[in-house]
Design a protein around this ligand. Sequence first.
Ligand code: F3S
Length: 667
Amino acid sequence: MEILVAKSAGYCYGVQNAIDKVDDSISKYNKSIYTLGPIIHNKQVIDKFESQGVFAIKDIDETSEGIIIIRSHGVQPSVYEHIKSKNLEIVDATCPYVKNIQQKVEKYYKQGYQIIIIGSKEHPEVVGVNGWCNNTALIIDSIEQAKNISYYKKICVVSQTTIIQENFSQIISNIVFKSKEIVIFNTICKATKTRQDETKQLSKIVDAMIIIGGYHSSNTQKLVNICKEHCNNIFHIETYKDISLSELKKYNKVGITAGASTPDWIIKEVIKKMEKEMNNQENVQIDFEESLDESMVRIKPGEIIIGDVISISKEEVMVNIGYKSDGLITKNEFTDKKDIPLTDLIKVGDKVEAMVLSLNDGEGNVVLSKKRVEDKKAAERLNSAFESQEVLYGKIIKSIKGGFIVDLGIKDVFMPISQYHVKFLKDPESVVGEDIVGRIIEYNPQKNRIIFSQRVVLEKEIKEKKEKVFNSLEEGKTITGEVKSIVKFGAFIDLGGIDGLIHISDLSWGRVKNPEDVLSKGDTVTAMVMEVDREKEKVRLSLKHLVEEPWAKVFRIYSVGDKVKVKIVKITSFGAFAEIISGVEGLIHKSQISYDNVENVEDYLSIGQEVDTEIIDMNDDKKKIGLSMIALQDKPTKKIESNETVYKEEDDLTLGDIFGNLFKDKE
Ligand code: F3S
């Protein structure tokens, strides 16, 4: 035997809501609890509540104390007034769908419309609704009655929530011409319609149908009637005790449905009983209980569910969520992109993940939100990114007062202008559209404060870069960089994260008046690392130390007596300084310039002039070198002009010279 259980079997939202309110009242109040009429048309549930001290009363006057629970069918306004006049407490379990009908009726009645209710005169829901138009409604439940309605100026039509859709349509078609102005509300509960549609489909494909529900339940009775139209073997039962297994065994395929007031446990009991019996049979094909659980989707507010899109309108998306009612997502709860049509964002058949906001929007739909799921996920994602200091990619989409809106893909967040960069930003508009990387530096969803910063990431990068450069620096080793700027006292070299300074005195061993004589901005230079101060982030570089110290070089390659061509670089009263090699100058004392009596050096030498000299003195300690021009010249012959020749020590004459002179004079 194959058993098929209708998905919508069992409690509807309104009944479940009423049952929950009774349960709540039992645990909350220490008072007598009464329901105004049986809370549902199910004897077993009523018995259970009675055992817990909850009793059904027909009239308010049956009690003078306690809590009065108004059941899902709702009541007339006069009933509320009556309860209040007796100072009794009210727990209102009117189904929101029914409440919606009452409000419509009250509104249109006040506007002068003749109210017509399509439904059963005796049904408590209809009696209650009629009260909201001062009991003036025309209540009809047949085409005949519809045809006989008089002409009214303005008509407003509503229906009992549990009537059959086809009946409603037929009756409406006979009312529409009964007024110049007619407002029609199809207030058949969607849960009812879904249950009836499923029952109809199921009854068409099975050999027998079991309908579980109170014998006095109107909605269960309607299910029975629907089944009768499509299936020949109908079993209306209240509990498992009513099952005729010997009868059922004849059928290969059995369908099960249940009325809106049938609790799950009764349905399960029926299935258990069948299972027990069938387990003694061969070829049992179904775990009935599992089948029931699977078929009856249970959802609650806050839950995240996945459904299939079944229709899309301008303002909302309908979703099949496998529940008794479909889910509805309004555009506001679907997207922030108000300007984009919903049809551009999703299509029929797509899966959609959404959060249940409410099981009932007053019109029979489950209220869903796609945005809240995304917000929830975004919040979790952002929180985890904040906690782990994760770097996120985003795009600046807007410049606003004090900063920017950054689209992170998961959510738009705020970035203060100061957090854009380490450098000052002059024109905020100029960076709109820019892709950036950054981190959440403040996350406080309660205060709606989520702060994004690119600056912290850049600062970290700079720090790491500096660290890397510092780690690569070694005093005495060379490094290559670009001349970033030139100042009076030297040149700054960009080493890729930090700047090193070549002081003017380190540019050359020779004299440098202006650093620009040696380097230009943008030059690539290789310099020697002289000193690294990590704390002060200072690096001293030198160009001159890349070449041999010139004094050392001079002392290495020259000796006293060597001839050397030099360039006059400075003239003083006592002689001239001449460059031997770059950075080393020697002194040509004025006595060494010429055999003449040199009084004014400039009469003999000029700056830039190159002259041949001989090294006559080298003092390594004092770094002094004496040069002589006359050492390379022939000594002049002294002419004795009179008998009174005066010989001076500095004339450096030998005795031979003197005698020669004397002899010359005699000649
Ligand atoms: Fe149930 Fe309310 Fe509909 S009581 S059948 S959900 S109108």
